[in-house]
Write a protein that binds this ligand. Sequence first.
Ligand code: APR
Length: 230
Amino acid sequence: MSEHDKIVILTGAGLSAESGLSTFRDEGGLWAQHRIEDVATPDAFSKDPALVLDFYNKRRAQAAAAHPNAAHYALADLQQNHPGEVILITQNVDDLLEKAGAQPIHMHGALASALCFHCENRWAFTGDMHQTTPCPACGRQTVRPDIVWFGEMPYCMDDILTHLETCTLFASIGTSGRVYPAAGFAQLAQDIGAQTIELNMEATSPQFHARRIGPATDTLPKWVSDLLQR
Ligand code: APR
C-alpha cells in the first residue's frame, strides 16, 4: 500500500470531460458559449433569473444523462480501498463521483441540489427549476440553483483547509487551476511538506513535484493502481 496516510484530491471539469460534460475553458467550453456575468453571478440571477435557471436546467439534464467514466471509478476505488484517509474535493457540480460510489466535498455546489434564498433550506433536486418552484420548507417561490457563483464563498472551506494542512499527498486532477481559492490548494499543501502531483491534459503550473499528462480515463486508473500497489 502507498506510504501516504492522508491524500487530498482536487478535481475539475476535466474529470467529467470524457463523460460528455463540457469543461469551461477548453475550446468550445461553457465560457465560450456563455458570458460568466450573464449566468454565473448573483447579479446575473437578480437581473435575469429565467436565463440563469435555464442555463443550469440544461446542465442538470446533461449531468443526469451522463455516466461516470473510468476516472470517476478509479477515484471511488481509491477512496474505498486506500488504508489512509482519501479526501475528494470537487469543483464540479455534476454527481458522477457519487454515481461511481465516491463521496466528494462539493466546494462549488451541486446541480442535484436546490437552495431557498429566503429560509436557506437545501434539498435534493432533479428536473427543471422555475421561478415558481416552491421551497418545501417555507413554501415561498424563492428557489435558486445550489451553485457557488463568482463572488460567493465556496462551501466547506474550513474543513478543506484543515484537510490541506494535514495531508501527505495532494493531487490536482482535470483542472486549469485558474479559479481561487482552489487554485491555491497545491501551494498550501506544498508549504506543509506534502508531495504534490498534477494529472491533466496539459501542465498548468511548474509547482507540482510530479505530473501525469493525458486523458483522465487513462492516467487515473494507472495512478490509483500504483498508489494501491496492485
Ligand atoms: N482528462 C484530463 N484533463 C482534461 C480532460 C481530460 N479528458 N479534458 C480537459 N482536461 C483539462 C484541461 O486541460 C483543463 O486544464 O481539464 C481542465 C479544465 O479546466 P477548466 O475548463 O478551467 O475547468 P475547471 O478547472 O474545473 O474550472 C474551475 O472555474 O468557472 C469556474 O466554477 C467553475 O468549477 C469551475 C472552475
